[in-house]
Design a protein around this ligand. Structure first.
Ligand SMILES: [Zn+2]
Length: 120
């Protein structure tokens, strides 16, 4: 892996946002019922893979000399496809200030050294 590829991977990992954290952010910012403003449906889908961080999209800004990309996270209405987006830095800052409550597994199991935490 080249040095520039490594740096790119590090930057991607540094700004990665777990879909669960994005959902927590959305629930915090819009705690009331938040239907689609186009069709009034209330099912939203986050743009993310089955496993892994939420996709971040770069939107190029045209009114600056050097190409600058605004990084956003997107989700859309499951019924009509209406797309919504949030600046990923704002979400990232919120997640850093509001970390998920980690559930501690206090069970005394004989397989305590089983690393992935699955019940055997
Ligand atoms: Zn809709």
């Amino acid at each position: 892996m080249s040095e520039s590829t490594k740096k790119l991977e590090q930057r991607r990992a540094m700004h990665a946002i777990d879909p669960d954290d994005f959902i927590r952010f959305l629930a915090d910012k819009a705690p009331d019922h938040d239907p689609c403003m186009v069709c009034k449906a209330d099912e939203w889908l986050i743009m993310c893979p089955d496993e892994g961080p939420t996709y971040r999209f770069g939107i190029p800004a045209r009114n600056v000399e050097k190409t600058f990309y605004a990084s956003v996270l997107m989700y859309y209405c499951a019924n009509c496809g209406f797309l919504r987006q949030h600046v990923s830095k704002v979400v990232n800052d919120w997640v850093r200030e509001n970390p998920a409550n980690l559930e501690l597994d206090l069970k005394d199991t004989p397989d305590a050294d089983h690393e992935d935490g699955e019940d055997v």
